[in-house]
Design a protein around this ligand. Structure first.
Ligand code: IPE
Ligand code: IPE
Ligand code: MG
Length: 226
């Protein structure tokens, strides 16, 4: 028996340090990071095991960064989405998001809705971008939704209202830090965690395949005995 990496979630960290190491502005690291998002998404769309790829692009805490960087990240997201539509379509990839989009500009919200609509028929990989996402925020919004629907709060009723109702199998963080930074905490209850020193702009599909190979050999017990 080997494990199937049905749902991979990635904390794409290290763009700023990559830029610094190359004597570049942080924004260049984010640009290179966006290229890697494309490479990894295409790789996963061709991988027989991977059905969901959830990528941490902007956290609920990232608004604390200097306005210049936040503004750049918003522009980059817009540029990325506009350019990416043919790539999603060619690779039969559906674009979805998790996180509270209401804090984004109306034009960005419109673009996000448009790309979702245009890729809604794709039935290969789902690329889930985590945008203004934080697990604590997601869980509180879901709990409030259960309460307003007058249902009893249970694991199932809460999960129905989470942005992402799909357990994570494999959670990867690049960039050398060993923390979860408020990412898919509920969904990762039994995820296998992998941390790599590689900075996100240097992360390759070969690195990902190596991690998947290790993941497939782990004995997952889910609290039981094997
Ligand atoms: C991750 O890279 C991308 C975002 C958080 C948007 P960072 O920008 O956090 O890069 P480092 O951690 O400073 O190197
Ligand atoms: C996590 O990285 C968020 C994203 C990758 C989008 P951060 O760089 O924001 O996390 P911390 O601050 O090091 O925990
Ligand atoms: Mg970081």
């Amino acid at each position: 028996m080997s494990n199937i990496a049905n749902h991979i979630a990635i904390i794409m960290d290290g763009n700023g340090r990559w830029a610094q190491q190359h004597g570049l502005k942080r924004s260049k690291g984010h640009e290179r990071g966006a290229e890697v998002v494309r490479e990894i998404t295409i790789f996963c769309s061709n991988h027989p095991d991977v059905k969901y790829l959830t990528l941490y692009a902007f956290s609920t805490e990232n608004w604390k960064r200097p306005k210049l960087e936040v503004d750049f990240l918003m522009k980059l997201l817009e540029r990325y989405l506009r350019r990416e539509l043919p790539v999603y379509l060619e690779n039969n990839t559906k674009f979805e998001t998790i996180g509270d989009l209401s804090r984004f500009s109306k034009s960005l919200q419109k673009l996000i809705a448009e790309i979702k609509e245009k890729t809604a028929h794709c039935n290969g990989l789902v690329q889930n971008l985590a945008l203004n996402y934080g697990s604590k925020d997601e869980i509180v919004r879901a709990a409030n939704a259960v309460v307003s629907s007058n249902k009893t709060l249970t694991i199932e009723s809460l999960e129905e209202h989470l942005d992402c109702n799909c357990d994570v199998d494999l959670l990867i963080r690049t960039g050398g830090d060993h923390r979860l930074s408020n990412y898919v905490l509920w969904q990762s209850a039994y995820a296998e965690l992998f941390f790599t020193e590689t900075l996100w702009p240097d992360f390759t599909k070969e690195n990902l395949q190596n991690i998947i190979d290790k993941f497939t050999k782990i004995e997952r017990r889910f609290g039981g005995l094997k």
